[in-house]
Design a protein around this ligand. Structure first.
Ligand code: DON
Length: 581
């Protein structure tokens, strides 16, 4: 029965309109087929490769990464080249001026995690966004120079290269330099984003960034980035010092001085990406390798997977009323813990083991009532003893040896702080907004926090980014991650369940509509396409508030099938694309 259902579901999602009817009588074909996101070729095509694959937010960046592999590089080399290429081809989130996380699994099973998250400048302090009366100065953590944390991406790529690179670094940066000089053909979405922020660039940068505001952009225009090419050349020639010291550092500090920002020479020189021990958990017969704090993403994902593991969600069905209700109840509990206990582990004692303790988690969901909602107001953080338009981008890579890399990297919101460093051609992040700038005050994703995530000099702001790799029977199974702020964690959660529980292909799992709940606000968010009517009405009747919003996440993932072939999931919500051979 379950098998037939899966078969029907897979077929219907794949072909959109009713093509297959045999044995599908129990499923309303039209309804399901109508619900796939953006029914274009990319949403339903099945891409399968024999050797290697790069899935990223931009086809050129994916292609650059793949070329590195074809030239004998490994997945880490490809990731570094892809990261630099995204800084050029995808300026809204690809970056030199931001930060991120990398999770990797080598073909021999060794795993590692790299934290190149931004840190608060040394001159930052807990109340820097509050006025004399303790009220939040609106917008200061989001727009302009004061919103920027010390960038981590360049040091991250260099540290990744030092430990795992097999091709000289200059060769991994050169394609991005060429791209910046020869120009990138803008997609419609990228052209629109540049136009949308034109006034912001002028308002918040010390000098109008000429490359970005040269004209009103349209799809097919070429974006040349001479200043950015020069910055990349500095990094190519001088490595870390080409960014964190010397000319480029001086340009960053000058930009800060012009706009009242805090990042100093000392901040830049002191910045260090950190190797961390990945968080390892399990879901049924899968090993889950994911990012530890200062991201909350990995821990929250493992909590969700453990809480749902013993429920018969496969039998209940995909986005069935019972399944959605259970997932939402789990999400509320997990985000309540996030708000209280998660922060930079170098500054705050995050109770990782307690939060991942199986008995704690089973106990926490034990009160689940399939007929009743638990109001968020009645859910507190669970441990007894008190313990102290969006843009990001994710890419997934598997090379010919089977080495796998998952990277999520960000400026935080679309185009970050909107500050382009004068003469250096790159945007600075607005990651400071990911701190809890005042206890209980929601950040731009509606997330709240307190002491654990309060601002302190040189501390990392809490993240939701969740680059994740799954193993099955000791073999690589999935590489997954997404942008989306607070929705990152629930998007990765859903993508994993879509494949493991509902037998969807990687592309279906990525293309199908998603939903999100984060404890506060006490609302289920869906994409425009929403739930099917039956689920929707049932949830309303239970008392849920359901709101439609813009697309949730942009998942780029790779599934390694039992036959060793690689299946792509490139999100049709963006220009995302797989390069493969
Ligand atoms: O680190 C975080 O959780 C956020 N700064 C990520 C931002 C993001 O995903 C925006 N994307 N759509």
């Amino acid at each position: 029965m379950i098998k037939t259902y899966h078969f029907c579901l897979r077929t219907l999602f794949l072909y959109g309109i009713v093509i297959l009817s045999v044995g599908c009588s129990t499923v309303n074909q039209k309804k399901e087929s109508d619900r796939i996101i953006d029914v274009d070729d990319r949403a339903i095509q099945e891409i399968v490769a024999e050797n290697a694959m790069v899935v990223s937010a931009h086809p050129i960046a994916s292609e650059i990464g793949l070329q590195i592999i074809k030239n004998g590089g490994n997945a880490i080399d490809a990731a570094i080249a892809t990261h630099f290429a995204l800084a050029v081809a995808y300026p809204s989130a690809g970056n030199l001026g931001g930060g991120g996380f990398m999770v990797l699994r080598l073909q021999n099973g060794k795993t590692d995690a790299l934290d190149f998250r931004e840190v608060a400048p040394k001159a930052a302090d807990r109340d820097m966004y509050l006025d004399k009366n303790g009220e939040v100065k609106e917008g200061k953590s989001l727009y302009g120079h004061l919103a920027a944390g010390v960038p981590g991406s360049v040091d991250g790529m260099i540290k990744a290269h030092e430990r795992y690179g097999s091709i000289p670094l200059p060769k991994l940066i050169q394609p991005a330099i060429d791209l910046a000089k020869k120009g990138v053909l803008l997609t419609k979405k990228e052209a629109e984003k540049l136009n949308k922020h034109r006034e912001n660039f002028i308002k918040y940068s010390s000098s109008p960034p000429k490359d970005f505001i040269r004209k009103k952009w349209k799809a097919g225009d070429t974006l040349f980035q001479a200043d950015l090419a020069h910055t990349l050349e500095q990094i190519k020639e001088r490595g870390r010092a080409g960014f964190y010291e010397g000319e480029i550092a001086a340009k960053i500090v000058d930009e800060m001085n012009q706009g009242g920002g805090l990042i100093s020479f000392e901040d830049l020189k002191n910045y260090q990406a950190q190797w961390r021990k990945p968080l390892i958990g399990s879901y049924k017969n899968h090993k889950v390798i994911t990012m530890p704090p200062p991201s909350s993403g990995g821990l929250a994902l493992l909590q969700m997977l453990k809480m749902i593991e013993d429920f018969p969600v496969q039998q209940w069905g995909w986005q069935n009323k019972k399944t959605v209700h259970l997932m939402v109840e789990i999400e509320k509990r997990v985000y309540a813990d996030r708000a209280k206990y998660l922060g930079d582990p170098d500054f705050f004692d995050v109770p990782v083991n307690q939060l991942l303790d199986e008995i704690y988690l089973i106990d926490r969901i034990a009160g689940f009532d399939k007929n009743k909602i638990t109001a968020s107001a009645t859910i507190g953080a669970g441990l007894e003893a008190p313990v102290e338009s969006e843009e990001t981008t994710h890419f997934s890579i598997v090379d010919t040896q089977g080495n796998a890399v998952a990277i999520t990297t960000t400026l935080n919101r679309e185009m970050g702080s909107k500050v382009v460093v004068n003469g250096a051609g790159f945007l600075l992040n607005n990651e400071m907004d990911d701190f809890s700038i005042k206890p209980g005050h929601p950040n731009s994703y509606g997330l709240i926090g307190g002491k654990a995530n309060a601002i302190e000099p040189q501390k990392r702001m809490l993240s939701s980014m969740t680059p994740t790799i799954l193993e099955k029977n000791g073999e690589l199974f999935m590489v997954v991650g997404t942008p989306g702020g607070s929705t990152i964690i629930t998007s990765v959660f859903q993508t994993i369940l879509n494949v493991v529980e509902y037998g969807q292909t990687m592309q279906q799992a990525v293309s199908l509509p998603r939903f999100h709940h984060q404890w506060l606000p006490d609302t289920i968010y869906t994409e425009q396409i929403g739930f099917d009517k039956k689920t929707h009405n049932h949830l309303l009747k239970m008392g849920y508030i359901i709101k439609k919003r813009s697309p949730i996440g942009k998942v780029d993932a790779i599934l390694r099938r039992e036959d060793g072939k690689l299946e792509a999931g490139a999100d049709p919500r963006g220009d995302d694309a797989a390069a493969f051979y």
